[in-house]
Design a protein around this ligand. Structure first.
Ligand SMILES: *Cc1c(COP(=O)(O)O)cnc(C)c1O
Length: 372
């Protein structure tokens, strides 16, 4: 069994993808072809946001807005420690300093009480200048954006939603990628909506910010290609990837429903023996991962090895929180400083999740996990 089976999805969309690729090959419009702009319009409609700026990866979808905010090295950007490395890396690439926040013990998103205290502490210390927050909808579950948006407003911080794992999810009837000042998502193949390479998109309702980000996406261009008004990057999405995404968008709602049904089946079978994901009222997850907890690290290792012997791949997202990564050793976080996310890292594991899992496969996964 594969952790994520993309060939089954390809069977569903094969005709459309192949025709689309052929079109691009005939037009030879590989960079910023019409399909890129068609995709941007469709994504804006889907998410419910005025501007969509497609780009080269989820990482660049975070770096570009952070570059637009023109960070200084003592600008503090608050972000969770329990996330993929790119969340914090983008802050460093854009010249700011990440301040890591501990996790909520139940839903693994940022602990918003911890966040509020950290903002006050950083303000009080007077060394770093609080500028913004990046919230991550971890494993596909949106954060509490009512509280996050009001916290950001109260402390005069920008808010970026890292929705790399939550494209398609929703909170109180609003789609992921519609929260904060800017939202970023990734189209890496394994994400809920993935292309056939690297890709990403940025979403905002702010006209000025959108214009700035479009400029940064193409080398800080001004009114034409060879007028440069700021430092930018080469951050465009390929036309070929846009074609793949347009085809996948057509089956995406159906896929989200399947993910939800599969998640419910998993929960039904596993809830008596494991801590299973809790999706609170008003939330819909995109189920980028279905993640449960073992008693401790040793028992997790045992479960993973047992399942592997039965041909079931299990994965650990994430083994090391970002504040303890070697790349951030200069920030001097100590082991034990963010105890909740450290505990989560020691216990969690993810089981196969994609919209084309059969009932037999679900049963095989459940049997392997329960039988160890
Ligand atoms: C995948 C991911 C990213 C980066 O996306 P890429 O397309 O791989 O650059 C950023 N943040 C989170 C939370 C992710 O899961």
């Amino acid at each position: 069994m594969e952790f994520i089976n993309l060939s089954r999805q390809y069977k569903e969309i094969e005709k459309e993808v192949n025709l689309g690729i052929k079109d691009v090959l005939s037009s030879q419009s590989f960079i910023q072809g019409n399909q890129v702009f068609e995709l941007e319009r469709k994504l804006s409609q889907f998410v419910g946001r005025k501007h969509t700026i497609s780009c080269s990866s989820g990482t660049d979808a975070l770096v570009i807005p952070l570059m637009a905010y023109e960070l200084k090295s003592n600008d503090a950007i608050f972000c969770p420690s329990f996330t993929f490395f790119a969340t914090a890396e983008s802050i460093s690439l854009a010249g700011g300093t990440p301040v890591f926040i501990d996790s909520d013990r139940h839903n693994y998103n940022m602990d918003l009480n911890f966040l509020e205290e950290s903002i006050k502490r950083i303000k009080g210390e007077g060394k770093l200048n609080p500028r913004g927050i990046i919230s991550v909808d971890i494993f596909g579950l949106p954060c509490d954006y009512d509280r996050l948006e009001s916290l950001a407003k109260e402390h005069n911080l920008f808010l970026i939603e890292d929705a790399a794992q939550s494209f398609g999810a929703s909170y109180n009837g609003k789609r992921a990628c519609s929260f904060g000042d800017v939202a970023a998502t990734s189209f890496f193949p394994a994400k809920p909506l993935g292309c056939y390479g690297d890709g990403g998109a940025i979403f905002t309702d702010d006209d000025d910010l959108a214009e700035k980000m479009r400029s940064i996406r193409v080398h800080g261009q001004g009114e034409d290609k060879y007028t440069n008004v700021r430092i930018g990057m080469n951050g465009r999405l390929d036309t070929l990837q846009a074609v793949v995404l347009l085809a996948k968008l057509k089956v995406f709602e159906k896929e989200l429903e399947s993910r939800d049904i599969i998640a419910k089946k998993y929960t039904e079978r596993l809830k008596n023996d494991f801590i299973t994901p809790d999706v609170p009222f008003g939330y819909k997850s995109a189920w980028a991962q279905y993640t449960i907890e073992a008693k401790d690290t040793k028992s997790r290792e045992h479960i993973i090895n047992h399942a592997k012997n039965k041909g079931i791949p299990l994965m650990i997202y994430y083994k090391t929180p970002l504040h303890l990564q070697a790349a951030y050793s200069s920030l001097n976080y100590k082991k034990g400083s963010l105890p909740v996310c450290e505990e989560i890292c020691n216990k969690v594991f993810s089981i196969p999740m994609h919209p084309y899992l059969s009932d037999d496969e679900i049963e095989a996964v459940v049997t392997a996990v329960l039988g160890s």
